[in-house]
Design a protein. Sequence first.
Length: 301
Amino acid sequence: MLAFRLTGLPDSRLPLYLYCVGTQEEKVLHRPDGFPVYQLFLSRGGEGQFKVTGKGTWTIGAGQLFIVEPEVAHEYVPHSKSKGELGYIGIGGTSAGSVLQSTGLLQNEPCHISGFEIIWSRMTNLWHGLDRGATEMWNTSALIYQLILDIAQLKISSDVGIGGIGTSRAQDGTVKHSNREPDPSKDALIRAVALMHTHYQDDLLLKHVADAVGYSVQHLNRLFHHHYGVTGHQYMQRLRLQKASDWMDKHPRASVREAAETVGMEVNYFIRMFKREFGETPGKGIKHRNQLQMEKDLTNS
């Protein structure tokens, strides 16, 4: 076991820093006041249950990652017959939350890590580097950022609606362990969808997505069509249109141009595709929203 290691005070210029790292035998962990930074828990060989106040209860098994946000009360109770090891990495900094969110790791449920032992080894190397005093705070910040990117790349999740991968949520909110072997094609599709959801506002082409997940555009399109019934381009277009519609719901007085710009689409093309998708022009929808907002304002005045 690697004893709890707490780093020194971080440089105020660091947007991301290592707060602590270590491993422990599975035991009851009770934190009614939460923890000051984000905690990345890695389960190795055991199984237990996380209870997070206000969020739910999840089962975490071997080869899985679970993240708890700062200042959130939580507890961990290992299963009575479970003998395993629980690793933890504490990450702080003003950019910690946004980095974890943008990489798709901050999802409030356990996820499987393909190549788990690689990540575990990286964590232990980080601990030994601190133990030897060989790792400076700035270098550690870079190592943590790279570790987050690597975990995100190896994450296998069920949060994009593809059955049979990673974890599944029971009716009581508990996440059950899946024994199915990882499927590289489905893993690539999951990462492609995650990239689209992260970069729908950017000038992102399907070719960029395909290159990022290591597949040709043709093969990626086949995966999208098999699982969603549409091409990758159609999926990305529908995502952008739905995001624009959601944005207009929150900004009833916005213009069509502003709505198009929020999702990175040219205005005329946006109007044409919006009408095809929703059966009315965005301008008509905005007019309707303005009317509803005026009626609401009059009622509240």
